[in-house]
Design a protein around this ligand. Structure first.
Ligand code: F6R
Length: 608
């Protein structure tokens, strides 16, 4: 949700900022801009509405000089995605870039306007530039002026600022939105995440909430919200520069879909004992046998992973589970049990809604366990225990491999809890673990079904509305399929538990509404089959993901089937998520949409 970067050093700042923005573009692509300091100490800006390519064109025509600079790629919150609203925002002696929302901007703006300041954009962010400049005008030095301004901001922000006549000075601040400092050779950088910093820095420091910092070439001083100097750990950058290319694939999403087997395999490797082939999670900061309830919270695809996790935890470990999307959970104030565990699921570890729940459940005395891909994220740092996935960087806005990696961790967690709570005998544990460890190979097999998925996509791409149906543990996979289709192909899709069809949505069905069924031939298959027959009887065109046995039984009912490898019902939701996502991808290709950067979206949603 907006990406920001900053550079102080000895090389031209603009190309470095541009490269960082390329790597941050997944966070928003409504507009982009860069500002640098000229040799004469003046601030110069280049901005463009739309994607980074537009800014690249502007920069080619009008390059920016200077070795101190800031950059921004925007996901619009306040104000239309125009060039005028694009960051960096400049006011007098300062230029700033901002990710987040300044909640008290209206009050600050009124106060600044009363002092004669003229605002030229519709953004909340411009207030920050005026506020800093106001303090500079009162005679404060840049560092003091920045601190005075930061103290007055409410809401969520990561900010970078440069100052007229102060070459080699960059100030950053974070509260509620991520910001990292990168260490180069006689150069320093700021970036919204490690991916941005990877090509230019080998070491980095994540700022903590309330931290702000002053960067000069080769040096950083970090302060906390009281203004006291603090030291924060310096880490090696885990994502190397080369890891985020497309490797010959047409889109990041295509590449990341093909990385499912590796993401699952790498994730399981971390949580399995190679000798015994048993699940070996890190030690819990509580006794799983004594946990009265788990509260699962997440957003979007991560929430659907949580829904599958609930099935596993309830059925295998016999533990009550409460689950909701983070934006609802945060304001529901459900009573929390003594010794309860909060389980947060997030690819980025920065999603504002999920982070908000983490903090409120921590306050409510729950032990915080998070399932994260970016382990050093804010959620990671604020959790009692991080169960890391190892999916690698996920750049495409639509989540793919992180979803199956999340499911792999949740499946392992359910086995671990079941063992600790004595609800599963060893034979069953071994069978389920073996099916999990076999998944990377089965996942790789799914790509041999691409032609069948493309045939199905040809039908779906013609539709205006699509219904996705699942039952039991595969219902969340229907939700995942519908979300992915909406997200990247802009086709309206709804997902239902198949049994709910007759309670309302069946009235939607006619020949123009394909019904996509997630139907492995497991225990609920007969019931799903009846539901699909009901849909077919109303003219519905049935398209099914099933296995060889299911395909036989769907003859005469389904118009098309994708026959999946046979797997244990336990891991079916993980495997079936892959073709469901592939279907959305193939439909998006047919529709010619912008697969990696679908309209109106951004990855890592760091505003509420
Ligand atoms: C869907 C998608 C989103 C994310 C959601 C949570 O394809 O990408 O729904 O799953 O925004 O993001 P994280 O997992 O980063 O908290």
């Amino acid at each position: 949700m907006c990406g920001i970067c900053g550079i102080v050093g000895h090389q031209p700042a603009s190309p470095i900022a541009f490269e960082a923005l390329r790597r941050l573009e997944y966070r928003g692509y409504d507009s982009a801009g860069i500002a640098t300091l000229t040799a004469a100490g003046n601030i110069e800006r280049r901005r463009a509405a739309g994607k980074l390519d537009n800014l690249e064109y502007v920069l080619k025509e009008h390059p920016l000089p200077g070795t101190t600079g800031i950059g921004h790629t925007r996901w619009a919150t306040h104000g239309a995605p125009t060039e005028n609203n694009a960051h960096p925002h400049e006011a007098g002696r300062v230029a700033i870039v901002h990710n987040g929302i300044i909640e008290n901007f209206a009050t600050l703006k009124k106060e600044l306007e009363a002092k004669g300041r003229v605002f030229v954009t519709e953004t909340d962010s411009e207030t920050v530039a005026h506020l800093v400049d106001e303090y500079l005008g009162q005679g404060l030095a840049p560092r003091e002026a920045a601190f005075a301004a930061i103290k007055r901001l409410e809401g969520a922000y990561a900010i970078a600022m440069i100052f007229k006549d102060h070459e080699g000075l960059l100030i950053g601040a974070r509260h509620g939105a991520p910001l990292a400092v990168g260490y180069g050779n006689g150069e320093m950088f700021l970036g919204s995440d490690s991916i941005a910093l990877a090509p230019m820095a080998r070491k980095m420091t994540y700022l903590e909430d309330g931290d702000w910092c002053e960067l000069t070439p080769g040096h950083v001083t970090i302060f906390d919200m009281t203004g006291a100097e603090v030291s924060r750990p310096v880490q090696d950058l885990t994502f190397m520069a080369g890891q985020v290319g497309k490797d010959g694939y047409r889109h990041y999403m295509e590449k990341e879909l093909h990385e499912h087997p590796v993401a699952i395999g790498q994730t399981l490797k971390r949580i399995t004992d190679p000798a015994s082939k048993r699940i070996a999670l890190p030690e819990m900061p509580f006794d799983p046998a004594q946990v009265p309830r788990i509260t699962i919270t997440a957003c979007g695809s991560a929430y659907y992973a949580g829904m599958v996790g609930r099935y596993w935890l309830e059925s295998l470990a016999r533990i009550p589970v409460e689950i909701d999307v983070a934006s609802e959970m945060r304001y529901r104030e459900p009573p929390q049990p003594d010794k309860g565990v909060a389980l947060l699921i997030s690819q980025s570890g920065e999603t504002a809604d999920t982070l908000g729940v983490l903090r409120s459940l921590k306050k409510a005395g729950q032990s915080i366990v998070s399932v994260l891909n970016v382990e050093h994220s804010t959620m990671g740092r604020e959790s009692d225990l991080v169960l890391g996935m190892d999916a690698g960087p996920e750049i495409s806005v639509a989540s793919t491999k992180a979803f199956t990696a999340q499911l792999s961790v949740l499946a392992a967690l359910a086995i671990d809890f079941a063992r600790a709570r004595g609800t599963m005998d060893q034979a069953r544990e071994e069978r389920l673990t073996a099916s999990l460890l076999d998944l990377p190979s089965r996942a790789a097999e799914v790509f041999t079904r691409t032609k069948d998925i493309q045939a199905m996509a040809a039908v779906v791409a013609q539709a205006r509305d699509v219904l996705y149906l699942g039952r039991g543990i595969c219902t969340p996979i229907a939700f995942e399929g519908a979300l992915k289709l909406k997200e990247i192909s802009y086709i309206h899709a709804e997902a239902y538990a198949a049994g709910e069809l007759k309670h309302g949505p069946i009235s939607l069905i006619d020949q123009t509404v394909p019904v996509v069924a997630i139907a492995p031939s497991t225990i609920l298959f007969d019931k799903t089959l009846s539901n699909l027959q009901e849909a077919k009887a109303r003219g519905g065109r049935i398209l099914a993901f099933t296995d060889a046995e299911g395909a036989k039984r769907l003859e005469g009912v389904a118009e098309q089937v994708v026959i999946m490898p046979d797997v244990d019902a336990f891991v079916a939701p993980i495997l079936y998520a892959i073709p469901v996502q592939m279907l959305a991808y193939e439909v998006a290709l047919l529709k010619g949409t912008d697969v990696d950067q679908p309209r109106n979206l951004a990855k890592s949603v760091t505003v509420e």
